[in-house]
Each structure stands twice: as C-alpha cells, then as structure tokens.
Design a protein around this ligand. Structure first.
Ligand code: PHE
Length: 458
C-alpha cells in the first residue's frame, strides 16, 4: 500500500469547521423543513430532537473516535481493529455504499440550487406569485437534461476541491462560508418574525400535533438525524482520522450537533411563516425551500441580491457536505487499494455522476408531494435512493459503529479517547452514561423503530 503522508487539520478549529460544514447542508435547509411539513410538524420535530440527542450525537462521538484510533477510512478502520476477514468490515462497506448513493441524488438537488442561483441573478424571481414560483420549480426539476447538466457541474466542483486534499480544500471552504450562511438565516428570521403568518408557522414547528404522523414518521426522524449529522456512513470517522491525539472529541461533537440543529430549526422558522403568510402548502415536498424563499425575497427591496446570495450560500453548504461524502468514497480506494488521490477522486466522482442520472431524470415535479405514503414500488429513483440510504443504510451502519465502539473497544483506551483534551468528557459519570446509551439505548431504539416501520407491531 503506497502510504502518502496522512493529512492533518491545520488547527483545532479546522476539524470542527469541516465537520460542521459536512453536517450543515441540504439536509438542514432543504430536507428537514420539507419532511417536517409532510409529517405535520410538532411531534415529528420533537422525535427528531430526541433522536439527535440520544442516538445521533452519541454515535458521532463513537464514530469520530474510531477514526482517530485507526487513522483510516471506514473499511480500513474495521480491518485494522477487527481483522482482515472480519464480518465487521461489512459495516464499513455499507457506509461507503451509502456515500455513493447519497451523493448521487444530493448532487442533483445541489444542481437545482446552482440553476436557481443563475435564475435569481437574471432577476427572474421577483414575481412574488406562489403559482409562478411553483411553476418555475417544475421547469427546473422537470427538465431532465438541464438537471443532469447541473448535477455534472456540481460534481465537477466537488471533485476539484477534494483533489486539493483535506486541509487546503475543505477547511478553507468551511471557514469562510459557514458563518455567512448562519448570518443570512438570522437576518431572514428577523424578517419572518414580522410576517403575519409567523405565529402559525411557529406553532406548526413547535406545537404538539400528531395528525400527520404516519407509521414511517419515526423511522424518517431517526434516519434524518443520521443524515443531518453526517453520521452512520463513515464521514465523521474519516474526518476524525485526521484529528490529533489530544483534540477534544466530545466537545467538538456537541458543538457540531448544536450548530446543525440550530440551522435546521432556523430554516423551519423562516420557511413556515412564509408558507402560512402566502397561503402555500406546508407539505409541498422537495420544492418547499425553492418556492418559499424566493416568495419572501420578492417582497424585499434588492430581491435579486438577496436571492443570489441565498442560493449561492445553499450551494456552498451543499458543497462542504458533498466534499465529505466524496472523501469517504475516495478514501476507500486511497487507503485500501493504494490509488493516488488524483485518480481515486475523479473516478469516484464519475461513478457518482452516472449513478445520479436516473435521479436527475426522474425527479420531475409530478412525483413531488407524494410524501411518505408513497409505496416502495411507487417511488421515483430519486425518492427511493433517499429513502433507502437515509432511512435504512445510515441507521444500519450507525448501529454497527455504535455496537463496535461500545462492545468491542477495550476500556482504558476508549475512556482515554473520550476524555482526551476534553473538559466536558471528564464530567463525572458522562463517560459511563455515553457508554450505556451506546450499549443499550441505541441498539434497542434503532431495532424497535425499524421493526415498527416494517409493520411488525401491526
Ligand atoms: N449532513 C449533510 C446534510 O445535512 C448530508 C450528509 C450526509 C453529508 C451524510 C455527509 C454524510 O446536508
């Protein structure tokens, strides 16, 4: 195996920024609001927050730890700890496969955002009419060839950054753009609080209502908690492999989870007031952010600048996530097969481009809004890829990671990893609580939710 010197983060903040850049993305701004809308808000949001705190965050700590201990990407990490022929390597495989599948359709959505940036720049988004906005989205997503070309363009950008290597590419992109995105949302929130529909929007997100909560909803909330934190496929493991021995894993993971959750809730608190103010549909599906945000901008002076900035930031948020997805798939070939970075990255990128074409072609506007009720067979490629990867592959791989970290790692070392450089990690009882959660709560919880979704409990 040709060993190039392994990259390391340039600063303590480097890991947090890059990992937060991976976590915060289309999952927060595009997907979370739309699935919240489809599942009726309220209780769905509460279940999601519980999943983040008690499943996603504990697994993130374990995942980053496995990365730092082994200095490998997912498959290599399990090979190193469990052996060449161990079935545990399968967990790493699911993660790498999930990376391919997720990025294939993720890049299609990011492609729409790229397209929207240019549409906004041409000033074609200031009509302020909900029907015109919906039609616009139908044109963008329904044009298979156009969507494919934008998907290719977005993958090209991702490949270019990942070839540059960890420190130069990923860290710089995250350092500059994350705070900007956050600031933009805070500004939008101030705008949203002045809307007539703000209190209804707020009630929709935080009120307690169960009406639209279907059997698949809990699985959806669980799957999304993995998706949004970038946990359960080895992205955090791979980023953790570039950490130094005395970096604070617990503190960083908590910070990332808080930031990620803040952006997701902000997005909802901006989008739903707009929805109710202009009589739009909360369960509009994947078109939600693309139709509602331009509606808000149309009312503001300087709408073109606002809209261009927003969609550009969305593209960058997607880019810092896509980078981590691509890094996982490429790292497998770099670490395990001895490929050079400049070969592995474009080859993986090209494979993902091909895999994403069916999604670009089938994500036409008619399939939208079908929601979770859509039968397995009735789903488009796009929906199917999303459903299988985030609701099944991520939780399964996450389950493997947590069981391995909690039951297979030996104790003095695991505890030392947990506490290294961390004030938080040394709080009395926290280590044992975390271990207990990973050992019992996570496997039982994921198991029950999956059985429930499969209809085992009637
Ligand atoms: N967390 C990213 C988002 O919310 C998506 C992602 C999933 C990235 C899995 C990496 C791994 O957009």
């Amino acid at each position: 195996m040709a060993q190039e010197r392994r990259g390391e983060w340039g600063s303590r903040l480097g890991f947090i920024l890059a990992a937060a850049g991976s976590a915060v993305g289309l999952g927060n701004v595009w997907k979370f609001p739309y699935i919240t809308g489809e599942n009726g808000g309220g209780l769905f949001v509460i279940i999601y927050l519980i999943c983040i705190a008690f499943v996603g965050l504990p697994i993130m700590i374990g995942e980053v730890m496995l990365g730092r201990m082994t200095q490998r990407a997912p498959v290599g990490a399990f090979t190193k700890l469990a052996g060449e022929t161990s079935p545990w390597r399968g967990v790493g495989w699911i993660g790498v496969a999930a990376g391919f599948v997720i990025l294939s359709y993720y890049s299609v959505v990011a492609g729409w955002a790229l397209d929207y940036t240019l549409i906004a720049a041409r000033g074609e988004m200031s009509s302020g009419d909900p029907a015109a906005m919906a039609e616009r989205f139908g044109e963008v997503a329904g044009d298979g060839l156009g969507a494919t070309l934008w998907h290719v363009a977005f993958m090209g950008l991702s490949v270019a950054i990942v070839i540059g290597g960890v420190q130069k590419g990923v860290e710089i992109a995250a350092r500059v753009l994350m705070p900007l995105l956050f600031a933009m949302f805070v500004a939008l929130l101030i705008y949203a609080t002045r809307l007539e529909g703000f209190s209804r929007g707020f009630e929709f997100v935080f009120g307690f209502h169960t009406d639209k909560l279907g059997p698949g909803s809990v699985l959806e909330a669980l799957g999304h908690s993995f998706f949004t934190l970038s946990v359960g496929m080895g992205a955090m493991l791979t980023y953790g492999s570039y950490l130094k021995r005395d970096d604070d894993i617990v503190g960083a993971s908590v910070a990332i989870a808080l930031l990620d959750t803040a952006v997701a809730l902000l997005a909802c608190l901006v989008l739903f007031p707009i929805t109710f103010t202009y009589g739009m549909e909360p369960a509009a599906g994947p078109s939600l952010v693309f139709t509602n945000i331009p509606m808000a901008f149309a009312q503001l002076p300087g709408s073109t600048i606002w809209a261009v900035t927003f969609f550009l930031l969305l593209v960058f948020a997607a880019l810092t996530s896509a980078i981590s997805l691509l890094e996982v798939t490429a790292s497998y070939f770099i670490d395990e097969r001895g490929w050079s970075r400049s070969v592995a990255v474009p080859v993986c990128g090209a494979a993902i481009v091909l895999l994403g074409i069916p999604s670009a072609l089938t994500a036409s506007s008619e399939t939208f809004g079908a929601g979770m009720e859509a039968s397995f067979i009735g789903m488009s490629w796009f929906d199917l890829f999303d459903y299988v990867s985030s609701n099944w592959m991520l939780p399964l791989c996450g389950l493997g990671i947590s069981v391995f970290a909690a039951w297979r790692l030996g104790d003095p070392e695991r505890r030392a990893q947990f506490e290294a450089g961390s004030k938080l990690g040394r709080i009395a009882g926290l280590y044992l609580t975390w271990l207990g959660v990973l050992r019992w709560l996570v496997p039982v919880g994921i198991g029950l939710i999956m059985l429930h979704a499969l209809g085992v409990f009637g």
